[in-house]
Design a protein around this ligand. Structure first.
Ligand code: NAD
Ligand code: ZN
Ligand code: ZN
Length: 337
């Protein structure tokens, strides 16, 4: 099969022939139809994070395809099923996190396109317990980004604890952010979008943001405070620059919650005085559980979420990464096999 392989961090991916994997116990082989390209795949290929994958590996964790072979005991799946892969490729199911609806924090989890080969190839393996059932009638191109971007921001927004009618800031309107604007709106929040690129803010407006702020032209914290008369109840950061993280704290209302989804390498400054006096909560949020996934898919099926997507071929992956690095992608790029 053809796959895009990371052979060395920071180098172009090599699109080449590799062996089709064989499903083991509890696994299925999936013939891919589409795969979204997440900024996490770029972090993986660059070796950006402290815990690194081991080259050679195949990135990708927004794959949609058809089950074509089953390993032993691949319960709940049959040949011909349309399934998706996720970052949470599997978890142990038996630790304190897995037992308490926090499988996303399982220390024995396996991550798609990171610790196991992912969806940047014509075939991939899935764990039958964690394979995502793709709702009937879905467009594989459109639903691909829900598998990571969608579930991540849906969970992230829940973690902000912002209520219907309250202000919520989405900082970073890329693959994750443009979908976050739509979920926030569907969840009844009033949306402010922040980015550093004009075209991203146009996209945010199209998807329902009431106010847009270009952080290149004005201090986004001051602008949010002014527009909301005291700050936003929830702030969701999906941006890929550390500066957005420090600014997010200044956007929150007293008692508000700031949730970090974005994962650029680096650190940010935070005023202890501001955090304490304003009673702020800052928390990280990583993807979502299988239940979050099912809920986020339902929003798509109801037609209230419609990712902005453009399709490319697998052998264009290095161009796609280059465009992603330079913030040149509108919404999400999806590879079509
Ligand atoms: P993307 O490249 O599609 O979008 C990033 C956006 O950030 C772009 O619109 C860019 O213009 C914007 N941006 C850059 N600097 C900014 C700044 N200073 N202020 C505001 N906006 C700024 O990336 P993506 O696929 O949406 O992923 C975003 C981040 O989320 C990545 O770091 C990725 O690894 C991470 N991620 C985390 C999870 C999770 O579970 N926590 C899941 C998926 C992705
Ligand atoms: Zn992702
Ligand atoms: Zn576990």
């Amino acid at each position: 099969m053809k796959a895009a392989v990371v052979t060395e961090f920071g180098k172009d991916l090599v699109v080449k022939d590799v062996e089709i994997p064989t499903p083991g116990k509890g696994q299925a082989l999936v013939k891919l139809i589409t795969s979204g390209v997440c900024h996490t795949d770029l972090h993986a290929a660059t070796g950006d994070w402290p815990v690194k994958p081991s080259p050679p590996f195949i990135p990708g964790h927004e794959g949609v395809g058809e089950v074509v072979a089953l390993g032993e005991h691949a319960e709940g799946l049959k040949i011909g099923d349309l399934v998706g892969s996720a970052w949470l490729w599997s978890a142990c199911g038996d630790c304190r996190f897995c037992r308490t609806s926090w499988e996303t924090l399982c220390e024995n989890q396996v991550n798609g396109g990171y610790s196991v080969d992912g969806s940047f190839g014509q075939y991939m393996l899935v764990d039958a317990r964690f394979a995502v059932k793709i709702p009937e009638g879905s467009d594989p191109v459109e639903i691909s980004p829900i598998l990571c971007a969608g579930v991540t921001v849906y969970k992230g927004l829940k973690m902000t604890e912002a209520r219907p009618g309250q202000w919520c800031v989405i900082s970073g309107i890329g693959g994750l952010g443009h979908i976050a604007v739509q979920y926030a709106k569907a969840m009844g929040m009033r949306v402010i979008a922040v980015d550093v690129a004009h075209d991203k803010l146009t996209l945010a407006k199209k998807h329902g943001a009431e106010i847009v702020i270009n952080a290149m032209n004005e201090d986004p914290a001051a602008a949010v405070q002014k527009a909301t008369g005291g700050g936003a109840s929830g702030v969701l950061v999906t941006a890929v620059h550390p500066s957005a993280f420090g600014q997010a704290i200044g956007m929150a209302r007293r008692g508000g919650t700031i949730v970090f989804n974005g994962l650029p390498p680096g650190e940010f400054p935070a005023s202890i005085f501001e955090l304490v006096l304003k009673g702020l909560t800052v928390r990280g949020s990583i993807v979502g559980t299988r239940q979050d996934m099912a809920e986020s898919m339902e929003f798509y099926s109801r037609g209230v979420i419609k990712p902005t997507v453009s399709t490319r071929r697998l052998d264009e992956i290095n161009t796609v990464f280059d465009e992603m690095k330079h913030g040149k992608i509108d919404g999400r790029v999806v590879i079509k096999y």
